[in-house]
Design a protein around this ligand. Structure first.
Ligand code: COA
Length: 260
């Protein structure tokens, strides 16, 4: 964590998928920066450890089971944050679902499941927090991916969802900017020590790292640090854009990279 502790003192954040992986790193970075942090996950067992860590850092925490596909559960989550804290400054839409599957073998329901978690879930959470965020302004930070920039095989469901979130980021930034709400996306490349890498990396982490210009996988804190930056006044004039954090991995598509 490169930021001064307390840079977000007195603020509150809600992180979906906030108990594990990149979401956990984000939750803890926000807490270190001074935020009280509400955590949501489909599986409440994923939240206990992170909630305890947030409280160890001296911040308040709310942990609540919530499937972001269910609008009523999302509304109940946000109502609880409003009831207990009466303010919200930052929403991090981090919850996601993914698996590798060839497009021709992917069932319509499989495609729909990922679209509903990633894209519809991001909309439902953003919509639900609008009344709270618009009181004093705030930020929505969407965790997307570089998948859709590259057109990766076996990822049509996740890439389509993330492309939709990139578009939603621009639309909501434009519409809600006058209400003091910034909307920004962060697109991570391959990040180590995550469920996503375990699911998608197939044990090829070392080779993937070697293929990246900066010669390493991302760290969860690489993403969490950007969330803190964007949530703070340092990012006060950033909205409606997607910030790639990938060690330069997306650059490796030139024909000159092909070995003879
Ligand atoms: N390959 C192909 N299709 C798959 C699949 C896979 N590995 N995993 C699930 N599906 C399909 C199912 O077959 C089902 O379609 P069907 O009804 O036509 O058979 C559909 O997706 C829904 O599956 P289900 O297991 O009922 O969905 P769910 O809502 O319980 O789970 C997922 C959602 C599919 C995204 C699941 O992978 C998940 O829960 N992931 C959460 C964690 C995660 O993905 N983290 C990594 C982030 S990178």
């Amino acid at each position: 964590m490169i930021f001064k502790e307390g840079i977000l003192e007195g603020k509150t954040a809600l992180v979906t998928g906030g108990g594990t992986g990149i979401g956990q790193a984000i939750s803890l970075a926000l807490a270190r920066a001074g935020c009280d942090v509400a955590l949501a996950s489909r599986d409440p067992a994923h939240l206990d450890e992170t909630r305890a860590l947030v409280e160890t850092l001296g911040r308040r925490s709310i942990a609540m089971a919530c499937d972001v596909r269910d609008a009523a559960l999302v509304d109940a989550l946000v109502a609880r944050v409003a009831g207990e804290w009466n303010r919200l400054d930052v929403l991090v839409n981090n919850a996601a679902g993914n698996f590798l599957c060839p497009a021709e073998k992917l069932s319509p329901n499989g495609f729909r499941s990922v679209i509903e978690i990633d894209l519809v879930g991001t909309f439902q959470c953003s919509r639900a927090v609008f009344p709270l965020l618009s009181v004093r302004g705030g930020s929505i930070i969407n965790i997307t991916s570089t998948l859709d920039y590259q057109g990766v095989p076996m990822q049509v469901h996740a890439g389509s969802a993330k492309a939709g979130i990139d578009a939603m980021t621009r639309h909501l930034a434009s519409e809600w900017g006058p209400r003091g709400i910034r909307v920004v996306a962060i697109a991570p490349g391959p990040v180590g020590d995550t469920e996503g890498m375990r699911r998608l990396g197939g044990g090829r982490e070392a080779a993937i790292a070697e293929s990246i210009p900066l010669r390493r996988l991302g760290r969860r804190d690489d993403i969490a640090s950007m969330v803190v930056y964007l949530a703070s006044d340092a990012g006060a004039w950033i909205t409606g854009t997607s910030i790639v954090i990938d060690g330069g991995q997306r650059l490796k598509s030139s024909f000159l990279d092909v070995q003879a």
